[in-house]
Design a protein around this ligand. Structure first.
Ligand code: AMP
Length: 281
C-alpha cells in the first residue's frame, strides 16, 4: 500500500490509475479502524480496481468541547489492517495540508444537517460536508463508500453530491455490529466495562421498535416513547435524542409512512454513541 501525505502526490497517483482506465473507489475515515470500516473497503474492492482510503481526524467537525484531541489513533495498526484488506493507497494528510492558514470556504447542507446529530453538534455536518467535498476534489473517486451507522451523515453526503453535481456515486454500506448487537465504533474503546455491558440496549431497543411496527404500530410518539423507556432503565445511559424521521428528507411526522429512520444518540459519561434502524411499513 502506498501512503501519501500530500494532496498533489496522491492526485498524481490517481491520475496514473485513471489513465490506465481503472475505476477508483474511496473510503474516507478518521482511523482507529474496525470491521465496520473494513466492510466499506471490501465493498469498494468488489466495485473498483483501485481502492483509496483516507485517515484524517477532521478538526472542523468537532465542537470546542468535543473529543478531537482525545479521538483514538493507531496509525501502525490501521496500516496493517488496510494492507491486509488489499487497499492500494492511503491518504494521510496533516491538518495544515487540508486547511492551510486562511481557510474560509464552507459547504453546508441546510435542513438535512440541522436536526438529530446536527442539533446536538452545531456545525458538525458543515465540517463533514466541507472535508468530504475537499477529499472528493483531491481523490476524484468514481465511487465513495459510507456506513449506514452514520445514517444522517450518509444522507447529507448523498444530497451534497447531488446538489453540487459532484461526479461520484455515493454507496451506503450496512452497519457492522458486535455479536451482542452494539454497532462497531472507534469510540466504543472509551466505554468502561459497566457501560460496555449496557450499551447493546441501543440496538435491542431499536429492534423492539421494529417488532412493534411488524405488529402494526404506526404512531411515532408511541414507538419513540417505548425506546426512551427502554434506555431510561439504565442510569448510565443519558439520552441525547430518540427520533423517527422520514427518509430521505428527515422530516417529522405523526405516523409512519413507507421508509423512516429511527435514530438515537446516547451518552455514557463522556462517550456519545449513535445507532439507527430503518422502519418500513
Ligand atoms: P469514522 O472513522 O467514524 O469517521 O467512519 C468512517 C466511515 O466508516 C463512515 O462512513 C462510517 O459511517 C463508517 N462506519 C463506522 N462504523 C461503522 C459500522 N459499524 N458499520 C459500517 N460502517 C461504519
Amino acid at each position: 500500500m502506498q501512503i501519501f501525505k500530500g494532496k498533489h502526490e496522491i492526485r498524481d497517483f490517481i491520475s496514473k490509475c485513471k489513465a490506465l482506465g481503472k475505476r477508483v473507489g474511496f473510503v474516507p475515515t478518521m482511523g482507529y479502524l474496525h470491521q465496520g470500516h473494513l466492510s466499506l473497503m471490501q465493498t469498494a474492492t468488489k466495485d473498483c480496481e483501485v481502492v483509496v482510503a483516507s485517515i484524517f481526524v477532521n478538526p472542523t467537525q468537532f465542537g470546542p468541547k468535543e473529543d478531537f484531541s482525545e479521538y483514538p489513533r493507531d496509525f501502525v495498526k490501521d496500516c496493517r489492517l488496510l494492507e491486509a484488506q488489499g487497499v492500494d493507497a492511503l491518504f494521510y494528510p496533516e491538518v495544515q495540508e487540508m486547511y492551510g492558514d486562511d481557510f474560509s470556504t464552507w459547504v453546508e447542507v441546510s435542513g438535512l444537517g440541522d436536526s438529530l446529530c446536527g442539533k446536538s453538534r452545531p456545525g458538525h455536518f458543515r465540517g463533514v460536508a466541507t472535508v468530504v467535498t475537499k477529499l472528493f476534489n483531491i481523490i476524484q473517486p468514481d465511487s465513495a463508500y459510507f456506513g449506514q451507522k452514520d445514517a444522517q451523515q450518509s444522507l447529507v453526503i448523498k444530497r451534497m453530491a447531488q446538489d453540487l453535481d459532484l461526479p461520484v456515486k455515493v454507496v451506503i454500506v450496512p452497519t457492522v455490529r458486535e455479536k451482542d448487537g452494539l454497532a462497531m465504533s472507534s469510540r466504543n474503546v472509551y466505554l468502561t466495562p459497566e457501560q460496555r455491558a449496557v450499551a447493546p440496549v441501543l440496538y435491542s431497543s431499536l429492534q423492539k421498535a421494529e417488532q412493534m411496527v411488524a405488529e402494526g404500530e404506526r404512531e411515532i410518539k408511541k414507538l419513540e416513547s417505548m425506546v426512551i423507556d427502554e434506555l431510561a432503565k439504565h442510569k448510565d445511559a443519558e439520552i441525547d435524542y430518540v427520533e423517527i424521521r422520514s427518509l430521505p428528507n428527515l422530516e417529522k411526522s405523526d405516523r409512519l409512512e413507507s421508509f423512516s429512520l429511527m435514530a438515537l444518540a446516547v451518552r455514557f459519561g463522556q462517550t456519545r454513541l449513535i445507532d439507527n434502524i430503518i422502519l418500513e411499513v
